[in-house]
Design a protein around this ligand. Sequence first.
Ligand code: 13P
Length: 265
Amino acid sequence: MVWVILDMNRKKMNRKKIIAGNWKMNKVIEESLSFINELKEAVRGINDNIEIVVSPPFTALSVINDAIKGSNILLAGQDVFWEDKGAYTGEISPMMLKDVGCKYTIIGHSERRQYCNETNETVNKKIKALLRNDLSVIICVGETIEEREDKRTFSVVGRQIRDGLKGLTQKDMEKVVIAYEPVWAIGTGKTATPSQANEMHLFIRDTIKEMFEDKIASSITIQYGGSVTPLNITELMLESEIDGALVGGASLDAGSFVQIIRGAV
Ligand code: 13P
């Protein structure tokens, strides 16, 4: 038993922790800048194998990229289009995200699945577009409350993983992060319990093990998202398979985002 726990801790220590703030459709440029200036000061010196990521709306990416120069904060886009360039009015390409300094892009968020016709197939195309442009991806998966009550959680999340990652190579997987975000926990104040989340993270890791090498499954970062706050982050992070968080509402206030980061290190 002791050895099993030691082995789990060792594996977990080898994985990169990531705390990311998904701002969704919030903050104009001035608000974004005052947030980032406060965050920069507060997280100076924090490293401890933890990546701090913010995902502002497209309109603020460029100024935030300038503002975070020399800091330990990384930038993420909230979506991308799957083509590299061309006549796609209103869309943003992977190259454009790279140009404004994004390291990551969030793909397949449940709000995009719900409001913008995102499917596992478009998720897959977007992931491939990002990877061929040398960008990293945070892929969101998660079930609705109806799917959970129907006992379809594993099949829905399994399908999202298998279809989303279809055709990726072992090498591609080095640039992939998964965020498990049960839809019923997003913006509701109803967090999955640490053991409910851990069970799903384990299932996601097992699914990845079936698709790729064991090494990929044990080294991939899997974040939890859904009503994460300074009050619940530490108990979530104590779970063996939870490597970070994708935070919505509580990431909009620099003070609470910093508390979440500190609670995760
Ligand atoms: P909340 O933290 O507001 O529940 O949102 C989670 C989320 O959707 C992050 O992508």
